[in-house]
Design a protein around this ligand. Structure first.
Ligand SMILES: [Zn+2]
Length: 136
């Protein structure tokens, strides 16, 4: 796995490799419309990586249906995700530890029946899924 912070690019470099929507969300901390993302209702087995730098972020085994309109995970791959409290202290932003790309926010203690009681609320646009078994 790439070391944390090992992928650093300027805005122009990111614009060259990301779509306008990917740039808006990953680099400008945007949010996709609820219910529109390609991974909201998606339950294939595999790994979700960062669309910006390809670092693995989440396993499909930690994905659950939170009914919130965005892909939800109860845990990330260890060391892959950085947490930063928003300036107003109300939410905790999650970013890719490797490239700093914005993923979404993490919420805790909502009462979901998962091992961590955390909900990583992630934009589908920030993710790129790789199937565990491509032949299926
Ligand atoms: Zn990344």
């Amino acid at each position: 796995m790439a070391a944390p912070g090992s992928v650093q690019k300027g805005d122009d470099e990111w614009r060259a490799v990301l779509s306008p929507e990917q740039f808006r969300i990953l680099r400008q901390k945007g949010t996709e419309y609820a219910g529109t993302g390609e991974y909201v209702n998606f339950d294939k087995e595999g790994v979700y990586g960062c669309v910006g730098c390809k670092a693995p972020l989440y396993k499909s085994t930690t994905k659950f249906n939170a009914g919130c309109g965005w892909p939800a995970f109860f845990d990330g791959i260890p060391g892959a995700i950085t947490r930063t409290a928003d300036p107003d202290g109300r939410r905790v932003e999650i970013t890719c530890a490797t490239c700093g790309g914005h993923l979404g926010h993490v919420f805790k203690g909502e009462g979901f029946a998962t091992p961590t009681d955390e909900r990583h609320c992630v934009n589908s646009v920030s993710l790129k899924f790789t199937p565990a078994n491509p032949s299926l």
